[in-house]
Write a protein that binds this ligand. Sequence first.
Ligand SMILES: [Zn+2]
Length: 189
Amino acid sequence: MGFSKLKIPRVCEYCSKPFEAKTVMTRFCSISCNNKAAKENKTIEKERVEKLTLLKNYAIKIAEVQSREFISVSEATVMFGISKDTVHRYIKRGIITGVNLGSRLTRVKRSDLEDLFSSVEIPDESKVEQNKPTFEIGTCYTISEIGEKFHADLSTVNRIIKRNKIPTKKVGSFVYVPKDLIDKIFEGK
Ligand SMILES: [Zn+2]
């Protein structure tokens, strides 16, 4: 591709200064901007790779811990969301099997803990997304429907909604409230 005799007006992708480009492919006003942009890209790529590696190592570590029959006390605290004291108390009481391999080298049987607790779930963004309230027909109560169903007066219903920060949607003179959230609260009472 030869150089065009025309000068092409452009804005530098790095410094945002207008300049006249020699070819349609030119993206930067100067070699300096070109180099800086390349360097920045390299840094971003490096950070991306580092983050991926970290995530991968984390996943490997979890998988590795999950495949072992005996885990350390600190691994137990992370996996099951309990304190070290709790782990030691359970060992003492014989609720879980503990093996002492030396000072600070207590190992506990993972399956014993699994029987007692479910492992801590790492929140998954797609799941969080699903928890957004929907206000579709059939998935909501009106305030008076809640009052009727759960035998509560309307001011109580309103107070509960406010206190639990339940999202509502006003349509005309009706206030709609997601059924699942209301059911959870009233049935949990
Ligand atoms: Zn520039």
